[in-house]
Ligand binder design. Structure first.
Ligand SMILES: Cc1ncc(COP(=O)(O)O)c(C=O)c1O
Length: 429
């Protein structure tokens, strides 16, 4: 075996993998067409035809509806805006509880806070990292208004089960599907199983518009409320027939025509963008099966994983060296990996110090857990000890690169004894 790069040997991958580039001549032509039209946004924040957005926005939403088989698609300027709008649309009121995971991007947990809602953290499953339905069921109280599930790393949470649970309690299931375009459960697209699904089109996703997002729903009432919150709701309440004024205080979450034009091209190509990452992840995984102490990503029966992130579960005892030493050795071999993803969100100061909106601790003053005592053991274990990740969306995938990545993992795994011996000597001296 050749010497490990971290010990002075040659790396398996000499140059950093090329970054992923998804903009091409079709996107450039679409942008040029919008510039020539001189209509960079078709929105007005007042009653009238322009309340619904410009021609590209409307065409983009129609294409999204068709692709995802949903009745309504509401474009927004980010998934964060989409999550905020979703919480508003379901009528979230101060003091209402929203059950969500702690291992996710922070925007998921900020969304309830914007309407005075209280995030209640529930633990995730150890294999695919979605909300554990049993933990969710145990967390439901009379104050629960919604379950906010995250389809993390591109794999769907147990959406049908969570939807049934939500329906049985008369509450909502909202999917944070920012990372999981074309993820699926039981043949149904992730993002279309909850009452509302929220997608991201930020720069780091499979398809993107720089910044952007889409909310999907089959419920016409929720769709109207999402559209209103997106665009100065208060101005439309005299115009649209809407019985419930709860949260009809609007924002400007509107998508511009340039983004929508790019989105149309990207959406038409979404299969290619996702399949390239899937093929890469499968080849990488197949190249490194049966390595003790390294469990490659699980795909639950009947599910599709889009591999936004490739997340292995690391067992330091079985490999013989700490996870961070393994990671550093892998990085030295040229594999851009990282560990832990994000810390459990309940550790953020906003929860630990219970200060969110205003100076006096609202909304936590309405009754909230003592986040200092909240524990989600699977989440904490994944963050602190087990998660080893490769952000597959970040670079241009190829068979050659997948093979080199697998080779690098084998090399570090086989050389772990050297690193172990070295760290023992260091510790003894
Ligand atoms: C799970 C999750 N939710 C929400 C977001 C927020 O997305 P955006 O950047 O489009 O606001 C992200 C972004 O990475 C995410 O990963």
């Amino acid at each position: 075996m050749s010497k490990l790069a971290i010990l002075g040997g040659s790396p398996v991958i000499a140059a950093p993998p090329p970054p992923y580039r998804s903009m091409g001549p079709k996107e450039a032509a679409a942008v040029a067409e919008v510039i020539a039209s001189d209509c960079l946004s078709g929105f007005y924040g007042s009653p009238g035809d322009e309340y619904w957005g410009g021609p590209k926005v409307q065409a983009f939403e129609a294409a999204w509806r068709q692709r995802y088989g949903v009745a309504h698609a509401v474009s927004v300027n980010s998934a964060t805006s989409g999550l905020f709008a979703a919480m508003g649309a379901i009528g979230l009121s101060p003091g209402d509880e929203v059950i969500l995971p702690a291992w996710t991007m922070s925007a998921t947990a900020m969304a309830p806070l914007v309407y005075g809602g209280i995030p209640i953290f529930a633990d995730i499953e150890a294999e695919t990292f979605g909300l554990d339905p049993a933990a969710v069921a145990a967390a439901v109280t009379p104050r629960t208004r919604a379950i906010l599930a995250v389809n993390l790393f591109g794999h769907p949470a147990r959406l049908a089960e969570l939807r049934a649970l939500a329906d049985s309690h008369g509450i909502y299931l909202v999917e944070d599907n920012a990372q999981a375009p074309l993820g699926a459960e039981g043949g149904r697209p992730a993002g279309s199983i909850g009452h509302i699904g929220v997608f991201s089109l930020n720069y780091h996703k499979h398809i993107h518009t720089g910044e952007g997002g889409v909310c999907t729903t089959d419920d016409p009432r929720l769709a109207t409320r999402l559209q209103m919150i997106r665009n100065h709701a208060e101005n439309a309440t005299t115009w649209l027939e809407i019985d419930d004024l709860t949260n009809m205080v609007g924002f400007n979450y509107r998508m511009g025509e340039l983004s929508a034009a790019i989105g149309l091209v990207q959406l038409a190509d979404v299969d290619r963008h996702v399949e390239a990452r899937e093929a890469f992840a499968r080849r990488f995984t197949d190249g490194m099966r049966n390595l003790a102490g390294l469990r490659t990503p699980t795909v639950r029966d009947g599910c599709r994983h889009n591999y936004y992130c490739w997340c292995a579960t690391y067992d330091a005892g079985a490999v013989g060296i700490p996870r961070d030493v393994f990671r550093d050795a892998l990085i030295a071999e040229g594999v851009p990996c990282f560990t832990g993803y994000v810390p459990p969100l309940y550790r953020l100061p906003v929860f630990q110090r219970r200060i969110a909106m205003g100076r006096d601790g609202f909304p936590f003053t309405l009754g909230a857990p003592d986040y200092k005592t909240v524990r989600c053991p699977v989440t904490e274990r994944m963050h602190e000890q087990q998660a080893l990740l490769v952000e597959i969306c970040a670079f241009t995938p190829s068979d050659e690169l997948a093979d080199r990545f697998a080779e690098a993992v084998h090399k570090v795994h086989a050389g772990a004894w050297e690193l172990r011996a070295m760290s023992k000597t260091k510790a003894a001296s």
